[in-house]
Write a protein that binds this ligand. Sequence first.
Ligand SMILES: [Zn+2]
Length: 255
Amino acid sequence: MPDAACGVVACTFVAPILPRVLSPRFQTGTTTGQRQPDADSGGTHVDILLLVDLQHDFLPGGALPVIDGDQVIAVANRLQPHFTETLATQDWHPRDHASFAANQPGRRIGEVIDLDGLSQILWPVHCVQESTGAAFASQLDTKRIRRVFPKGTDPRIDSYSGFFDNGGKQATGLSEYLQQRAVRQLFVMGLATDYCVQFTVLDALQLGFDTALVVDGCRGVNQHPGDSDTAIQAMTAAGVTVMSSEQVMRSRQQA
Ligand SMILES: [Zn+2]
């Protein structure tokens, strides 16, 4: 459940975007850098919708809310029937997670500490495993979600990306799953644009997956004005295709 400290800070993300160690990358074995279908998958190419952290604690009223974060739930519900497969990431912390200010005596929410060599913003307690706050948004259609990839489960390291922890060491299994499914294009949406969505997209691109950002399916923290725009620019520079959900649905109908 949300931590009491949350009420003190008006429950918004309170930190600057910090540099993050990019993850170790596998070699694609191609000259283009784009992933090739896994010959052993036995499946057809699929386009996959990936929902990033659509959880109570990131919605208004939650422990770490993103402004208007609830408005993307309807986008997720509209898009899902257009895909044969939906996946989701889920922030899923043990209660003793080192990223919680409450677990760092003398420290306050928003402070940045060194955590095993990585810069770590201290957050309110959020998305504690099995808590209501960690659950998917109640309005989200979860019936179509084929698999959930938890992240942030190691108490000593945070994870913004759905692929790897912030040190780029532990993988969630998402990349292997996409490889096995011979994903043709990955469509990403969720919360928040300038944190978990951004790092998930950048990892997907660096892994060689053809990736689209469903821009109206995302909301950003924007602790500093323009952070979301900067994140979208960074994702675009890295090769993401920016689409509206309307464009996605139209393209799916034509496919
Ligand atoms: Zn978290």
